[in-house]
Write a protein that binds this ligand. Structure first.
Ligand code: NDP
Length: 493
């Protein structure tokens, strides 16, 4: 299937553009092609989005929200269809794909409700006969750049708050997962969103992404992806004085204390380490374990890992699907080799899987290293695959220090039954998200999502915080005294 750009409410066919294949990572089959757009398509999209925004901003927010309710219903109606395509283009197992589409539904309903809130403040004025308030104003055109690992959820985290707040959108999805963008654009069209309110431009990051970040009419950029790309986006966006929201990499840890419920910890680690084949930004890639329970936890983790079925995520019995592409497979393997060379102890996995049907796709064996040095490359860098490093500690203080001793700060988790340890940990763990007695994944859309240090730049997706990305504060003073009253002047002088 040949996917087309969606610009100004039309599907634009341009045979002069080169195309790129879209591959199913589970079996190497070609699913379709996308056009490799140029700066020109971004120019046109920006023009359409800017034009549409003038009217869109004047539509009352509750009416803008009505479109989001319709989108939620459409997503619900098409949930299974979308989940199947998601698994085919991205590889995550079908159960997780359904969960991801559900996040989109939840986000649509949550942001639709914002149409009747979008709260500002009213404050008493210091002067008589004067009214003071603040309102959220749209910024204008929002440029959204998204990764492949959550191809629909992340797009909804960004586009829905942008839309309800009165912005229009230009979205560049990842080349690896354009089908979710195509399906979502179709839904925008089906619910009758005015032309130009959402535009989808396919193409490479360095070309289309850069053109979006540079374009003078796109005033806010929301990016999710790797820290390397995010820094480039921030630098270029900063040069053009744009608001730039970044959600980037992670090196998330599960801490297991010696009073933890190990059954629970085991489940939490397996789910957050090997779910989505370890390719979640919140994936657990370090297990920081108290020395008293290390051996038992290791034994149980290895036994449980042996039981995981690996294969095409469309098969409901499969627990671990493929990784996204060959380059990812090689990158993961490269880190594993470094781990071995640097003396980490490989307990299980550590290889590319190529037996039988697996040879057609990109599969990596769920891998566990132990006795990993907290400062080693294995324990410091984002691998983005099914690889965990077990690090031994002797106290809660040491566990917190190890957790915080990386350049990222997205998600962390602690398993303990001691309320004092738990509260101390939640205060001191330097991550944007902290889980207690659960793995490092499982965020809900009505709380802020994002991280500290190298994971972000102070903004958040989801929750009320998302509205801060797509709005400017406007303060309004209404003086009904009939005379010029001067505020902030020392009237007692
Ligand atoms: P990338 O950084 O490679 O790509 C992200 C997006 O940026 C893609 O659409 C890509 O386009 C585009 N891009 C690439 N180069 C540029 C550029 N120079 N200017 C503008 N845009 C560009 O990340 P991945 O897609 O590989 O996603 C995985 C990463 O995302 C991991 O690091 C993961 O941790 C992070 N992530 C963070 C989350 C968070 O909330 N903190 C959530 C989910 C993922 P193209 O299609 O050409 O690749």
């Amino acid at each position: 299937m040949k996917l087309l750009n969606f610009i100004g409410g039309e599907w634009i066919e341009d045979n002069s553009l080169q195309t790129m294949p879209v591959i199913n990572p589970a079996n190497g089959e070609q699913l379709g092609t996308i056009p490799l757009s140029t700066k020109f398509q971004v120019e046109i999209a920006a023009q359409k989005a800017k034009e549409a925004q003038k009217q869109w901003a004047l539509v009352p927010a509750p009416k803008r929200a009505d479109y989001l309710y319709e989108i939620a219903f459409k997503l619900k109606e098409k949930k299974e269809h979308l989940a199947q395509i998601l698994t085919k283009e991205m590889g995550k197992v079908i159960e997780e794909a359904r969960g991801e589409v559900q996040e989109g539904i939840d986000m649509a309903l949550y942001m639709a409700a914002e149409g009747r809130r979008l709260f500002g403040e009213t404050v008493p004025s210091e002067l008589p006969n004067k009214f003071a308030m603040s309102v959220r104003a749209p910024i204008g055109v929002a440029g959204l750049i998204t990764p492949w690992n959550f191809p629909i959820a992340i797009a909804t985290w960004k586009s829905f708050p942008a839309l309800v707040a009165g912005n229009t959108v230009i979205w560049k999805p990842s080349n690896e997962t354009p089908f979710m963008a195509y399906e979502l654009a179709k839904i925008f069209e089906e619910v009758g969103l005015p032309p130009g309110v959402v535009n989808v431009v396919f193409g490479s990051g360095p070309t289309v992404g850069t053109a979006i970040v540079e374009h003078p009419d796109i005033r806010v950029i929301s990016f999710t992806g790797s820290t390397t790309t995010g820094s480039k986006v921030a630098e270029l966006g900063g040069k053009h004085l744009k608001k730039v929201s970044l959600e980037m990499g992670g090196k998330n840890a599960v801490i297991v204390m010696d009073d933890a419920n190990l059954d629970l910890a085991l489940e939490g680690i397996l789910w957050s380490a090997f779910g989505t084949a370890g390719q979640r930004c919140t994936a657990c890639s370090r297990v920081i374990v108290h020395k008293n329970v290390k051996q038992e936890l290791e034994n149980r983790l290895v036994e449980a890992t042996k039981q995981l079925t690996i294969g095409d995520g469309l098969d409901p019995s499969v627990k671990v699907g493929p990784v996204i592409n060959k380059a990812a497979l090689e990158k993961i393997n490269h880190y594993v080799q470094i781990g071995k060379q640097q003396g980490a102890n490989l307990l299980i996995g550590g290889e590319i899987l190529s037996e039988g049907e697996l040879s057609k796709g990109y599969y990596y064996a769920p891998t566990i290293f132990t006795d990993v040095e907290a400062t080693s490359i294995l324990a410091q860098e984002e691998i983005f695959g099914p690889v965990i490093s077990i690090i031994e500690v002797s106290s809660l203080e040491e566990a917190i220090e190890v957790n915080n001793g990386v350049k990222f700060g997205l998600s962390s988790s602690i398993f303990s039954q001691d309320i004092n340890k738990i509260f101390k940990a939640q205060q001191l763990l330097d991550t944007g998200i902290v889980y207690v007695n659960a793995g490092t994944t499982g965020a809900e859309i009505h709380l802020p999502f994002g991280g500290t240090k190298g994971t972000g730049n102070g903004h958040r997706d989801s929750g009320q915080a998302a509205l801060d990305v797509y709005t400017e504060w406007k303060s309004i003073y209404v003086d009904y005294s009939g005379k010029l009253q001067r505020a902030q002047i020392d009237n007692n002088a």
